[in-house]
Design a protein around this ligand. Structure first.
Ligand code: PBG
Ligand code: ZN
Length: 362
């Protein structure tokens, strides 16, 4: 603070000066410069590194991979730039490449050509789900293979379970099939079972099915708060599981996926899944739901995952293609946002790119 007497001669103001003089004097002698300067710790890379609160590590990332049955060549997905549908042949190479890049966990999605009313191929021990898990484990035994357990990729109507007489998903019949699918996935070598159908009791049902079949050691990563989101659009192109092509069947998933307006309800979903025995909780989509992530983080001690879904990823890609932003930087900023909100692990189509970027930055 500058004392009045320390002022240079030309700034000294006579006692009893004009009103304006008094105001000026007050300003000059007051504490008008900050004591606390936030910029002090932003002055160099080294200082910024010292005070950084969150970090993205390669081992936090979970890489989603699509696998198309009976396909000759890997296919690009036009609504999801940088992501392709693997064939069962190319899957092995892709998993090895991911492992070499530093990816430690993958999640698999099937593109089925054996669809039926219940999605029975997903619980056939020789079906696509079982095969792609097996191929991945053989390619890279140390990688954690997460089995997304749901039916939408395997049903002819595209819903996440068995359809009842009213054209809606029958919760409890779907639970039975989820249990079978989880066991088939575990038998095929899955390291984590991730139920994504949003059926009530799905964690309990799967936990029970695993426990009675000798898989009590296999963890469940629950899609706890999965919202009925428009951001799944490119995924539905990629996995071929859009709705609306069948009469007398609901054309949306709003009776099981959550209303995007509801934050408190997400806490109830998370608490239920925890009580049912979930080992990891997941929020999906990611960036538009950071508030949900942060509040679940406050209420649960479980490890927490976020899914940066296809639409979120595509937005960054298309914005970069249009020259609106730098993809690498946008990706890393989005990943650190997840960590800041309290996420332990992130499912992202950008996993390989993030590994590359993390390696480049030493
Ligand atoms: C299947 C499933 C979906 C996604 C992951 N698992 C699609 C859906 O619920 O419609 C979306 C992932 C993404 O958009 O990247 N239940
Ligand atoms: Zn589904």
């Amino acid at each position: 603070m500058t004392a009045k007497t320390d002022l240079p001669e030309n700034l000294k103001i006579a006692e009893g000066g004009s009103h304006l003089d008094q105001v000026k004097m007050k300003e000059l002698t007051s504490d008008r410069f900050p004591h606390v300067r936030m910029r002090r710790l932003r002055g160099s890379d080294a200082l910024r590194d010292l005070v950084r609160e969150n970090h993205v590590r390669k081992e936090d990332l979970i890489y989603p991979i699509f696998v198309e049955e009976n396909a000759d060549e890997p296919q690009d997905i036009s609504s999801l730039p940088g992501v392709r549908r693997e064939t069962e042949k190319s899957l092995s190479t892709t998993v090895k490449e991911a492992a070499a890049a530093g990816v430690k966990s993958i999640i698999l999605f099937g593109v089925s050509h054996h669809k039926d009313h219940t999605g029975s191929d997903s619980f056939d021990p020789n079906g696509l789900l079982a095969r792609m898990i097996d191929i991945s484990k053989q390619a890279a035994p140390d990688i954690a293979v997460i089995a997304d357990v749901c039916f939408c990729e395997y049903t002819d109507h595209g819903h996440c379970g068995v359809i009842n007489d009213h054209g809606d998903v029958d919760n409890d019949r779907t639970l039975e099939n989820l249990g079978m699918q989880a066991v088939v996935a575990a038998e095929a070598g899955a390291d984590i079972i991730a139920p994504s159908s949003m059926m009530d009791g799905q964690v309990m049902g799967i936990r029970h099915a695993l426990d009675v079949t000798g898989f009590s050691h296999i963890p469940v990563m629950a899609y706890a708060a999965k919202f009925a989101s428009v951001y799944y659009g490119p995924f539905r192109d990629a996995a071929g599981c859009s709705l609306g092509h069948m009469d007398h069947v609901r054309k949306d998933r709003k009776t099981y996926q959550m209303d995007p307006a509801n934050g408190r309800e997400a806490l109830r979903e998370a608490a239920l899944d925890e009580a049912e025995g979930a080992d990891i909780l997941m929020v999906k989509p990611g960036l538009p739901y950071l508030d949900v992530i942060a509040s679940i983080r406050q209420h649960s001690k479980l490890p927490l995952a976020a899914y940066q879904v296809s639409g979120e990823f595509a937005m960054m890609k298309f914005a970069a293609q249009a020259g609106a932003l730098n993809y690498d930087e946008a990706l890393m900023e989005s990943l650190i946002a997840f960590k800041r909100a309290g996420t332990d692990m992130i499912l992202t189509y950008g996993s390989l790119d993030a590994c590359r970027i993390l390696s480049e930055n030493g």
